[in-house]
Design a protein around this ligand. Structure first.
Ligand SMILES: Cc1cc2nc3c(=O)[nH]c(=O)nc-3n(C[C@H](O)[C@H](O)[C@H](O)COP(=O)(O)OP(=O)(O)OC[C@H]3O[C@@H](n4cnc5c(N)ncnc54)[C@H](O)[C@@H]3O)c2cc1C
Length: 481
């Protein structure tokens, strides 16, 4: 029987319209832009079949013999939540925190909706059965999911009252008794070329008059009329020289919808802007999904810190005070993020209506906001520690076995490493901080959770402010008396 990884790869030959470099890709696993990354994802899927690993990443679905990934586990206790953390952590560590959209985030959204399906039925009577059916399908068929929530970046100073914008943002063009037809675009969807389904809805709260744009959809990647337009590939199959780009290039894409038919069972919501907003901002499902992003981020910081330490030692700069100060700062980054993660889990509570065990959102929001600043700083530290070493590397490690190999061994050696190991280490670091993949990652950490400026502003707007202002007024009152 084919392994889960193989089944996943085979399932991608389903007629989807994926565009890269002037061509429509027929079979992704064989294309150089996708083969390394898909090999990595296939290997992660296989873990669920491996008795040594499956309890770490999955759970036995009650009533079925099969295991499902723990992103589908609906937590009702601290133990359940810990099982989810363990699964996220395992996949994140297997990919050094560099792969972030392995579908465990989007699956968690669906799991959260499933946990609240009876409540959500208040938004639309059909929602409960649609969510139940989809959750079970996604869980039992290992569906790979990703989200695509933002509207295309055309003119951010204009809104839906502008005709040009309204026509280009995703909207319903017609409907019949089988479903709706939608046109427009959505950005950015990481993992888009190899996802099974897209979770698509409006990111911002819409005015009620824009009912044609008020949508929450589950869109199959092979839907007719849907085009997945990839960015340039950052994959590089020279794995010794590009250890990250050769296996972890999660592709980002823009989705173009050209009268795409969506059957009613996949139209979660349509027409009611307020209902879409309530689903989009649903507290427990967002907390479950955002929780995954913090687990993954900790793994990435740990990996980057490990590289920084190894580099400092390899060139003998780890004895300098200012280098030690910077390496210490990386430890404070890890500990800050871990502390927020632990706090979110320790303060988790049962949702009063559904009983779902929900991580404390405020700590998770803070971790996500802080991450947008910590990651660029971590990259800066790595640059400061390694200096020009990232560029003082021969273009290929293969040269160590060539005619000038002996000279390279002599002049590229480090304080504590032979030349070949040192150069391998610096190439790994460059792949994280300077390669196209590395630059994409810095941008990703700044923006993956939405606009960081409005994210932080929302933390202020939604905070219980009187808890902090009250003592101020109390003291002033006392001082006047
Ligand atoms: C590599 C990468 C991968 C991503 N993957 C995904 C994914 O898989 N799924 C997903 O859903 N999202 C994903 N995102 C996030 C998403 O697509 C957006 O990039 C993100 O939400 C920021 O929006 P934007 O890029 O449209 O920036 P904009 O909103 O256009 O912002 C650009 C600048 O203008 C400012 N600005 C714009 N409008 C306003 C306003 N009204 N008020 C104040 N300031 C404003 C912003 O503060 C910012 O400085 C990804 C992002 C990146 C970079």
């Amino acid at each position: 029987m084919a392994s889960r990884g193989k089944k996943f790869l085979d399932s991608l030959r389903d007629g989807r319209s994926v565009w890269i470099d002037d061509e429509r890709v027929d079979h992704l696993p064989e294309h150089p832009a996708f083969s390394g990354t898909l090999g990595t994802i296939g290997g992660l899927f296989d873990l669920l079949d491996d008795p040594k690993h499956r309890d770490r990443v999955g759970f036995a679905v009650p009533g079925r013999e099969a295991y499902a990934h723990s992103s589908f586990l609906l937590p009702y206790s601290a133990e359940d939540l810990a099982k989810r953390t363990s699964a996220f952590d395992y996949w994140a560590k297997e990919t050094n925190g560099v792969m972030s959209r392995l579908s465990d985030y989007a699956r968690s959204l669906v799991t959260g909706w499933y946990g609240a399906r009876k409540q959500l039925a208040l938004l639309d009577p059909g929602l409960e059965s649609k969510i139940s059916a989809y959750y079970e399908q996604a869980r039992d068929h290992d569906l790979f999911l990703t989200t695509s929530l933002l509207d295309p970046q055309i003119d951010r100073s204009k809104g839906l009252d502008d005709k040009r914008i309204a026509e280009r943002y995703l909207h319903v063009v017609r409907e019949n008794k089988e479903g709706i037809y939608v046109s427009g675009a959505k950005m950015i969807a990481t993992g888009a070329p190899y996802t099974h389904d897209f979770i698509v809805f409006s990111f911002y709260r819409l005015d009620s008059q824009y009912s044609k744009h008020a949508l929450a959809l589950l869109v199959p990647a092979n839907a007719k009329g849907l085009h997945i337009v990839c960015r340039e590939s950052f994959a590089d199959d020279r794995s010794a020289d590009h250890p990250l780009s050769s296996r972890y290039d999660e592709m980002d894409a823009v989705l173009l919808f050209d009268e795409v038919f969506i059957p009613w069972e996949r139209v979660l919501l349509y027409g009611d802007a307020e209902a879409v907003w309530k689903l989009r901002s649903h507290h427990s499902s967002n907390s479950l999904a955002f929780h995954q992003t913090v687990v993954r981020f900790v793994a990435k910081l740990e990996f980057l810190t490990g590289i920084a330490f190894a580099i400092a030692e390899s060139i003998g700069v780890n004895g300098f005070l200012h280098v030690q100060e910077k390496l210490g700062e990386l430890i404070t980054q890890i500990d800050t993020m871990k502390a927020l993660l632990i706090a979110s889990e320790a303060r988790a509570q049962a949702d009063p209506v559904t009983g779902v065990w929900v991580p404390e959102a405020s700590f998770i929001d803070t971790a996500r906001s802080l991450g947008t600043k910590l990651y660029p700083r971590a990259i800066e530290i790595l640059q400061q520690v390694g200096g020009g070493g990232f560029i003082q590397t021969p273009s290929s490690l293969g040269q160590f076995n060539g005619p000038i190999g002996e000279l390279l061994h002599r002049y590229f050696e480090g304080a504590s490493l032979n030349a070949e190991n040192k150069i391998q280490l610096f190439k790994l670091a460059w792949d994280l901080i300077g390669s196209p993949l590395g630059s994409r990652h810095e941008l990703y950490e700044r923006f993956y959770a939405g606009d960081p400026v409005r994210g932080l502003a929302n933390q202020y707007l939604s905070a219980n402010k009187t808890q902090w202002t009250e003592p101020v007024w109390k003291l002033l009152e006392k001082s006047r008396a």
